[in-house]
Design a protein around this ligand. Structure first.
Ligand code: GDP
Ligand code: MN
Length: 399
């Protein structure tokens, strides 16, 4: 989850990283009253979840605070990389002497945290990394390692921070590292960290991205007004629906809907399908002992997905029993109906009972079972996998 600049700056302030004394406005009138209050040259900054706002015209300097409202009116009409500008951060304009880049992120290849700094801040760090990698300083840390003052001083000196500012730069580096760890961030970036005309260091921008799976550990975010949200394009509508229902689910790019008995089977089934030349349309976990209602919802996700041409179901009854599994599937067939072929196998706890329930329900309402093939332990999982691939390819017209 990405934070807005003003949200990131709240975390900075909390960790004693100096920021400008800004306020957030949601309308030109609010901008006007903040401008009057501050009563000095200002910067108006569009709050959108994308970088490069400066280049896109989303950051405006206003020398006369009485002009702020008019400038704000134009900014509120902007769309930056598709994001409408709904809020502006109004701050006193900084007298910028130098812009420095400072960031903490994860080096996934080496399982390390990495602090990145450069004397050439303000611009895209990716661009600097490509064009002049020698201008970038990197220091790696183990996940449980501390960043000590001497490390921070080393980084500050390496990017050429003037000697009178090295101490305050070092404390910003240490605190950014702390913010990163304290909130389970994936990225914490100050770009630019500004050296002002009167010789101070101040975080002019913030870019923080948190690990979605860890936000539950930080209830104080909500207290600070930072609500959990989904970023556009981060999750497909189906993944969002699944999350709402509490079902671990991921869209993949194949055409076979996976209805597994658990995460482990989901992974194995994925391998089986690939082995027989098929491709799964999703990954899904039933998550412990799912109720019939939940199983039915899992099937709805697959049946309503136009990419799914056939459904591959398999249950190994452990703690969650195969008769409960059958109950969920039958419930789905009755309430929703199956619009595509499905092959399903049950083994383990109460599998005979599950198969018997299917057979009985089929006798009562053969129409519901027209596209539904069910098997017990007598059919090996290889056969079921092959059959799922076959059904999907038939549905695609034998492609
Ligand atoms: P980004 O383009 O989305 O990364 O937004 P930033 O907040 O980093 O702003 C982009 C650029 O605008 C900065 O690198 C600065 O050059 C400039 N800028 C931002 N705030 C101020 C300010 O208060 N005063 C001045 N003079 N320039 C600013
Ligand atoms: Mn920036």
């Amino acid at each position: 989850m990405r934070l807005y600049e003003h949200e990131g700056k709240k975390l900075f302030a909390d960790f004693k990283i100096p920021i400008p004394e800004g306020k957030v406005a949601a309308s030109p009138n609010e901008v006007d009253s903040i401008a009057k209050e501050l009563n000095k040259p200002l910067v108006l900054k569009s709050q959108v979840l994308t970088g490069g706002r400066g280049k896109a015209g989303g950051i405006k300097l206003v020398d006369n605070p009485s002009d702020a409202k008019k400038v704000a009116e134009d900014l509120f009409k902007l769309k930056i990389k598709g994001f409408p500008v709904e809020k502006l951060l109004v701050e006193p304009k900084l007298d910028i002497k130098q812009e420095i880049y400072l960031g903490v992120t994860i080096d996934r290849l080496n399982y390390k945290l990495v602090v990145i700094a450069s004397a050439e801040g303000g611009v895209d760090i990716e661009e600097t990394a490509e064009k002049s990698p020698d201008k970038i300083t990197r220091r790696s840390f183990d996940i449980d390692e501390q960043l000590y003052t001497f490390d921070a001083i080393g980084i500050a000196k390496a990017v050429g921070i003037p000697s009178e500012l090295v101490k305050s730069a070092a404390s910003i580096i240490i605190n950014l590292f702390k913010v990163f760890k304290a909130y389970d961030a994936k990225l914490a970036e100050i770009n630019p960290l500004v050296i002002t005309g009167d010789g101070k260091l101040i975080a002019a921008d913030s870019r923080i991205s948190l690990d979605d799976d860890a936000t539950f550990r930080h209830p104080n975010l909500a207290e600070m007004g930072i609500e959990k949200r989904h970023e556009e394009g981060e999750m497909t509508p189906r993944e969002q629906q699944a999350e709402e229902w509490g079902i671990p689910y991921l869209d993949l790019d194949g055409n076979i809907g996976m209805f597994p008995g658990g995460a482990g089977f989901g992974i194995m089934g994925n391998d089986f399908l690939h082995y027989y030349g098929g491709k799964p349309a999703n990954f899904m976990d039933s998550g412990g002992g799912p109720s019939p209602e939940r199983l039915a919802k899992m099937l709805v996700l697959l049946d309503d997905n136009p990419n799914v041409k056939a459904i591959f179901g398999a249950r190994f009854g452990g703690i969650s029993r195969c008769d409960d599994f059958a109950k969920g599937v039958i419930m789905f067939l009755e309430d929703h109906g199956l619009s595509k072929p499905m092959v399903c196998r049950m083994t383990g706890n109460m599998w005979q009972e599950g198969v018997r329930m299917f057979a009985e329900a089929k006798k009562e309402n053969p129409e519901l079972f027209k596209q539904f093939e069910f098997h017990g332990i007598e059919t090996p999982i290889e056969e079921i996998s092959k059959r799922a691939v076959e059904l999907a390819s038939e549905a695609e017209g034998g492609k």
